[in-house]
Design a protein around this ligand. Structure first.
Ligand code: ATP
Ligand code: MG
Ligand code: MG
Length: 550
């Protein structure tokens, strides 16, 4: 198996293995359960699980749950379901950083005993002030020289709930003048009087990410701890803990570039705002860049994995075009999705020379390039429906669809000619009276030409459905790019257009949710979970070609 794009991490691991640094590759995917996973996480999932797969190792799923304020079981369940849906299997049971709270606490005590950690009573604001900045060294906290005994006693009291939130914290004693800001006596534990979704009321002090992450990696024997570039400046601290604690292994952190995609946002915090403020329906709204949203939109796991594979893994941040993600599902569905005809905005067509009582069944291939997918049969009757957009009273130049006096082929059946246009009082076209040419079943017309091909359904013998035309969620390439304006100002008002009078061919009766189709000439669609046998509901996954107006 060869990756299409460059992946510097795979090259690095090959070197490590050649040098005999590890017997086995162990990675982990460490989401915080404070939201649903998005397409950016898919990159990390594909990298971590894909790397383990490639080198015959394992990838753990670890919930990085050190922040009970924002976390919940709902998110844990959703994350497990998304990772599985993408087709990955984690090694052993799911893990939680909270499983290691006792060990982490013991290691904190170890640092205190070694004179490398102290309880500090500075308020968060004062601590920030003491830290200095990139040009000014920090100042030592007045609490830095507390004795080991006093620190042990105070830390025990912190753990026992004897202090209010913010009253004190445990900090590492490293170097307040370090050029690396993260080494200026970073916080290890904070007080939070709050129940935790896994540990209940057992703890009221919680470790900071930096104190938990590398040690959890060490406990699990992670060989390669892969994270995004914003953690690069945390690496000296990651290494400091590994060097200064009796950990069972020596994991190494390597950073790679986050995935950013234009016309959307990939930040759980922002996606949560869209849900909380009812700008979208839910985390799995088909417009969301969440894995569950993409799934409901009609994306396949393979298309997301291919996309992640094709963008490569590097150390330079960049923005990927949404068109690339769309192209990957289009490519997948072009070969895998059966074809069907759906008229999304119907216009009545009456075939005046076709007997009212007659009905014929036409056989059409389920897929034009794949005979193994079989055929479908569609009924032809006197009353038909075509797309309103496939008729123009005053056609533009090179018009290949219907207009008065012109012949077109109805896909897979006869050539018809429009003889008369019927309008309502307001002047809207409400019906076309057409005639069909009985000699054109599978044959070209004699003496004249059909201008083009349009799709259709029988008005009497088709299924009512709702079609949800989804489009990009934002009108701007970079919705967070304008510092003066909120990203929510750039929501695309046409990101969802509901067409509730659509009709689809009969064969789609009772198709299960998530079935995917190409509606001929219209786009790729999938059956929504709101769909029922009374009313089918289809979501547009993507158009037939890239038509986003730039
Ligand atoms: P967000 O900013 O959306 O909350 P996060 O990084 O805080 O993202 P985590 O749950 O901590 O979310 O992420 C789990 C893993 O996924 C981390 O290793 C993180 O680096 C990675 N990850 C998150 N977002 C992206 C992204 N856009 N591209 C690549 N990897 C990502
Ligand atoms: Mg994070
Ligand atoms: Mg986050």
């Amino acid at each position: 198996e060869t990756s299409k794009a460059s992946n510097f991490i795979h090259q690095m691991i090959e070197n490590d293995l050649a040098a005999g640094a590890h017997d086995k590759v162990v990675t982990r995917f460490p989401p915080e359960p404070n939201g649903y996973l998005h397409i950016g996480h898919a990159k990390s999932i594909c990298l971590n699980f894909g790397t383990a797969e490639k080198f015959g190792g394992v990838c753990n799923l670890r919930f990085d749950d050190t922040n009970p304020e924002k976390e919940s079981q709902e998110y844990i369940d959703a994350i497990m379901s998304d990772v599985s849906w993408l087709g990955f299997k984690w090694g052993g049971d799911v893990r939680y950083t909270s499983d290691y709270f006792q060990q982490l606490f013991d290691w904190a005590v170890h640092l205190i005993k070694e004179g490398k950690a102290y309880v500090c009573d500075l308020s968060p604001e004062d601590a920030r002030d003491y830290r200095g900045n990139f040009t000014t060294p920090g100042r030592n906290s007045p609490f830095r020289d507390r004795s080991v005994e006093e620190n042990l006693e105070l830390f025990e009291k912190m753990k026992n709930g004897e202090f209010a939130e913010g009253a004190c914290s445990l900090r590492a004693k490293i170097d307040m003048a370090s050029p690396s800001m993260i080494l200026r006596d970073p916080m290890l534990y904070r007080i939070l009087h709050m129940a935790h979704h896994q540990t209940g009321d057992k703890w009221c002090i919680y470790p900071i990410y930096d104190f938990a992450h590398g040690q959890s990696d060490a406990i699990e024997g992670i060989t390669h701890s892969l994270c995004t570039l914003e953690f690069e400046e945390h690496r000296p601290l990651y290494d400091w803990f590994i060097e200064n604690l009796p950990v069972p292994a020596q994991p190494k952190q390597t950073e790679f570039a986050r995935l950013n995609i234009n016309y959307t946002v990939t930040s759980k915090r922002k996606l949560k705002q869209l849900v909380d403020e009812h700008i979208v329906e839910s985390w799995n709204d088909p417009r969301m860049p969440t894995i569950s949203g993409l799934r409901r939109r009609g994306y396949t796991p393979g298309s997301i994995r291919n996309f992640c594979d094709s963008i490569g893994v590097t150390r330079s941040n960049s923005t990927v075009d949404m068109g690339m993600l769309e192209a990957s599902i289009r490519e997948d569905l072009d070969s895998s999705a059966p074809r069907a005809m759906c008229v999304t905005q119907p216009l009545k067509v009456t075939i005046t020379n076709y007997d009212d009582a007659a009905e014929e069944w036409f056989e059409l291939p389920a897929h034009p390039k794949d005979e193994t997918m079989g055929v479908r049969t569609v009924p032809f009757t006197r009353n038909l429906l075509i797309e309103q957009d496939d008729f123009a009273e005053v056609p533009p130049r090179k018009w290949k669809r219907l207009t008065q006096g012109v012949a077109v082929r109805l896909r897979g059946s006869y050539v018809i000619t429009c003889d008369e246009v019927i309008k309502d009082e307001a002047g809207n076209v409400v019906e076309l009276k057409c005639s069909y040419d009985p000699a054109t079943k599978g044959e070209n017309p004699v003496g004249y030409k059909a201008k083009g091909v349009v799709h259709w359904v029988s008005a009497d013998n088709s299924l009512p459905c709702e079609v949800r035309m989804y489009d990009r969620l934002f009108t701007e390439e970079n919705p967070d790019g304008d510092k003066e304006r909120d990203f929510k100002d750039f929501i695309n008002p046409e990101s969802l257009v509901v067409l509730s009078n659509a009709r689809v061919e009969l064969g789609l009766k009772d198709v299960p949710a998530e079935s995917r189709f190409q509606f001929e000439r219209t786009g790729y669609f999938c059956v929504d979970s709101d769909s029922s046998s009374d009313k089918l509901v289809f979501n547009r996954t993507v158009g037939l070609r890239d038509s986003w107006a730039k």
